[in-house]
Design a protein around this ligand. Structure first.
Ligand code: ADP
Length: 259
């Protein structure tokens, strides 16, 4: 079993896009998509022109998180028109499926599908494109990292060892494919009880910070486990990064400033 890494071959930039930041995770369910959306909105709040590409083709959740309805328009010239949501330009295969429809694609199909979403969309002029990666280290990641210059990847993990073990694998892939690792975010880091203000380290805490030190990558910050984050995403309500003064909004903004 060889440990050779797929070699980059002629990586290129995406027209009109100055910088690409991807958000990944080792496991699903750690809050990667929620974090992607809130980071994108926090970057936009800094005055940047921001786009979002949902690369989680088998489990697209960006349209729901941003309350996007309706199908993506394909223009006469064959170029996709992204949806607009809270100032972001957004592309997701989720906006091309009927509710409940699965994407049943082998690797090569997924790779070319993502390439099309990325390259055949009218992004206009963007400072940053945030890409929500699928969890893990599969075909979609390989295709993207081989073809496109990704300026950096943020890895989201919860504090438990089981999540961090897989986060380490995601970082290993990035290193082997020569993709810069921006750092690790600890999501669901701790819980503050709304009634008492007591702090509970439900999944233990500090695990991601220690893992980041061990892996020699920056620790970008901790996002608390907050009911409003889950409520807003389930309801398709404006994500919490848009709340003007909430501590959860501040947590995302602090991380976004490090990117
Ligand atoms: P992933 O993209 O890693 O699969 P999601 O972003 O879909 O994960 O999040 C999984 C679930 O956890 C969602 O219901 C989401 O609202 C919730 N969630 C994510 N981060 C937090 C948080 N910091 N506090 C509370 N709920 C969260």
């Amino acid at each position: 079993f060889s440990h050779g890494s797929p070699q980059p071959q002629g990586k290129t930039r995406v027209q009109g896009v100055r910088r690409i930041i991807a958000v990944g995770s080792g496991k699903g369910g750690v809050g990667k998509s929620t974090t992607s959306v809130n980071l994108a909105l926090s970057l936009a709040a800094e005055g940047l022109k921001v786009g979002m590409l949902d690369a989680d083709l088998y489990g697209p959740s960006i349209p729901k998180l941003l309350g996007i309805e309706g199908r993506t328009a394909l223009r006469d010239d064959g170029i996709f028109q992204p949806h607009g949501a809270f100032g972001l330009k957004v592309m997701s295969i989720g906006s091309m499926l009927v509710p409940g429809q699965a994407v049943v694609w082998r690797g090569p199909m997924a790779t070319s599908g993502l390439r099309q979403l990325l390259r055949e969309t009218d992004w206009g002029d963007l400072d940053v494109l945030v890409i929500d990666l699928p969890p893990g280290t599969g075909d979609i990641h390989i295709g993207l990292f081989q073809q496109t210059i990704v300026d950096g990847v943020v890895i989201v993990s919860t504090p438990q060892d089981l999540a961090l073990i897989d986060a380490q694998k995601a970082i290993d892939m990035l290193r082997r494919m020569s993709v810069p690792v921006l750092g690790l975010i600890e999501n669901m880091s701790y819980f503050i009880a709304p009634d008492t203000g007591n702090r509970y380290d439900i999944f233990g805490t500090g695990g991601a910070e220690r893992a980041a030190a061990r892996l020699d990558i920056p620790f970008l910050g901790a996002i608390p486990l907050v009911m409003s984050i889950r409520e807003h995403s389930d309801a398709g309500a404006p994500p919490v990064a848009l709340l003007p003064d909430g501590p959860e909004a501040l947590a995302y903004r602090n991380v976004a400033r490090t990117l």
